[in-house]
Design a protein around this ligand. Structure first.
Ligand code: S3P
Length: 431
C-alpha cells in the first residue's frame, strides 16, 4: 500500500511579524544558467535558486558538456559556447520544470546537437507545440514520441532562419524559446505579444551582449552575434514572497518586510492587487537599472475588499493566482478572476485544483472557463488538502493555515522544494 505523507501546519492565531529574504528568482536563475551555457567564457551567478527546477536546468547543461559548479547559491558556468556543446548520451530530463523544457527546446533548435527531452509525469502532460510550432518554422526538427504534442520528444538542431512571430498565448516561455532560437538564426527574429509577459530574457540577453530591441509589445533579437559571459545577480523571487505577502495581508496586526525581492514591473501585479484590496504596501527600490530591479517591500494587514483581475494584469501575476484566490476568501464581496485560461495548463489545472482544494476549507469559490469567482469573507476551517503535485498549490494550502480555525494538512508537500526550499522554516519564523 502506498504511504501518503501529510505535512500538518497549524499557524493560525497571532499576526505575522518580521523580515524575510526569500530564495532567488526561479525564472531569472534558469535564464542565467542557460545564457551562461550559450556564451563562451565564465559566467558567475549569485543568489541562484537551488530549488529542484533550477537544478534540473544545471543537470541538463552539464550533460551537454558545460562545466557548472555550484556552492549553495553561487554558481559558476564555464562554457565553450553553444557551438562547442556535445551530443548527450542520455535523455535530458527537465523534471517538473516547464521553463527548463520549453526554453531548452528553443536553445537546442539552433545548436548542432540532437537530444531527447523529457520530464516528470506532470510535465509530460503539458503542451509543447506552442514552442515547437514556431521553432519548426525557423528550421528546427522535432519528433514527438506520442501524438499529444507532449514530452518526450527529440529535437535536432539546424541552421535557423529568423521569423516574425505573433504570439497566440501570453507566455514568457514561448517568447523566450523563440528569442533564444533567434540568437542562432540568420536575420532578425521578432516576437509580438498581446500583453507583455515577464521580460527577464530580453534584459539578460542584452547583458550577455545580445542585440535586443523593444518596440511596444514587440521584441527583436539579431541573430549570429556570439554572446559574452557575464555576472548575474539574482534577486529574491516575488512569486515566492507572494505567499507570505498574502498571509500578512490577511491576518490583522501583521507586518512583514521582504528584503531584496525582485521588482521587475512585469512581475509586480501582486503588489497592485494587494494595494487595491486594502493591504498597506510600501516599496523601497534599491536598483532600477536595465538589469533586474529589486528592493524591499513591506506588507501590513488591512481590511480587504474584493477586486476584479483580468486583461493585461494577468501575465504580471499568473503564478500568484492560487494564493490570490485564497486571499479573496478573506475579502468582502466577490472577487472575479478572468482571462486566466493559461492556469489550466500549468503544473496542474490550477483553476479546478484551487477550487477543489479551497472548498475543502469551506471557501465559496467556483471555477469559470478562464478563471474563478470567490466570495468572502469566510472563516475557513481546518482540513487535509492535496498539493496535486503542484508546488504553488502546496504553498497555498500551507498559507491557508494562518486564517483557518483548525490545522491544515498537506498531502504531497514535498513538491514545494521545486521553487521554495526552506518554505516551512520561513512560515514558522513569521508565525
Ligand atoms: C515562466 C513563465 C510563466 C510562468 C512560469 C515561469 C518563465 O509561464 O507561469 O512559472 O520563467 O518564463 P508561461 O510562459 O507558460 O506563462
Amino acid at each position: 500500500m502506498r504511504k501518503i505523507e501529510i505535512h500538518t501546519v497549524s499557524a493560525g492565531g497571532g499576526p505575522l511579524l518580521g523580515e524575510l529574504s526569500v530564495p532567488g528568482d526561479k525564472s531569472i536563475s534558469h535564464r542565467a544558467v542557460m545564457l551562461g551555457a550559450m556564451a563562451e567564457g565564465t559566467t558567475s551567478i549569485t543568489g541562484f535558486l537551488a530549488g529542484e527546477d533550477c537544478l534540473s536546468t544545471i543537470g541538463i547543461f552539464r550533460k551537454l558538456g558545460v562545466a557548472i559548479e555550484r556552492q549553495g547559491t553561487d554558481v559558476t558556468v564555464i562554457s565553450p559556447g553553444i557551438s562547442g556543446w556535445t551530443t548527450p548520451t542520455e535523455r535530458l530530463d527537465a523534471g517538473n520544470s516547464g521553463t527548463t523544457a520549453r526554453l531548452l527546446l528553443g536553445i537546442l533548435s539552433g545548436s548542432a546537437v540532437t537530444a531527447e527531452v523529457t520530464g516528470d509525469r506532470y510535465l509530460c502532460r503539458r503542451p509543447m507545440r506552442r514552442v515547437t510550432d514556431p521553432l519548426a518554422e525557423m528550421g528546427a526538427g522535432f519528433e514527438f514520441s506520442g501524438t499529444g504534442g507532449t514530452l518526450p520528444l527529440t529535437v535536432t538542431g539546424h541552421p535557423l532562419k529568423a521569423i516574425t512571430y505573433e504570439m497566440p498565448v501570453a507566455s514568457a516561455q514561448v517568447k523566450s524559446a523563440v528569442l533564444f532560437a533567434g540568437v542562432s538564426a540568420a536575420g532578425t527574429t521578432t516576437v509580438r505579444e498581446q500583453a507583455v509577459s515577464r521580460d527577464h530574457t530580453e534584459r539578460m540577453l542584452t547583458q550577455f551582449g545580445g542585440a535586443v530591441t523593444i518596440d511596444g509589445n514587440s521584441v527583436s533579437v539579431e541573430g549570429g552575434r556570439p554572446l559574452k559571459a557575464a555576472e548575474v545577480k539574482v534577486p529574491g523571487d516575488i512569486s515566492s514572497a507572494a505567499f507570505f505577502m498574502c498571509a500578512a495581508a490577511m491576518v490583522p496586526g501583521s507586518s512583514v518586510t521582504f528584503r531584496n525581492v525582485g521588482l521587475n514591473p512585469t512581475r509586480t501585479g501582486i503588489l497592485d492587487v494587494l494595494k487595491e484590496m486594502g493591504a498597506a504596501v510600501t516599496e523601497t527600490v534599491r536598483s532600477m537599472g536595465a538589469e533586474e530591479p529589486y528592493g524591499d517591500v513591506n506588507v501590513n494587514a488591512g481590511t480587504l475588499q474584493a477586486v476584479e483581475i483580468g486583461g493585461d494584469l494577468i501575465p504580471r501575476l499568473i503564478d500568484e493566482l492560487p494564493v490570490i484566490a485564497l486571499l479573496a476568501t478573506q475579502a468582502e464581496g466577490t472577487t472575479v478572476i478572468r482571462d486566466a485560461g493559461e492556469l489550466r495548463v500549468k503544473e496542474t489545472d490550477r483553476i479546478e485544483a484551487v477550487c477543489t482544494e479551497l472548498r475543502k476549507l469551506g471557501a465559496i469559490i467556483e471555477p469559470t472557463q478562464d478563471g474563478m469567482r470567490i466570495t468572502g469573507p469566510v472563516k475557513l476551517k481546518g482540513a487535509v488538502l492535496s498539493s496535486n503535485g503542484d508546488h504553488r498549490l502546496g504553498m497555498m494550502a500551507a498559507v491557508a493555515s494562518v486564517v483557518s480555525e483548525g490545522p491544515v494538512g498537506i498531502e504531497g508537500a514535498g513538491c514545494i522544494s521545486v521553487s521554495y526550499p526552506g518554505f516551512f522554516e520561513h512560515l514558522d519564523s513569521l508565525t
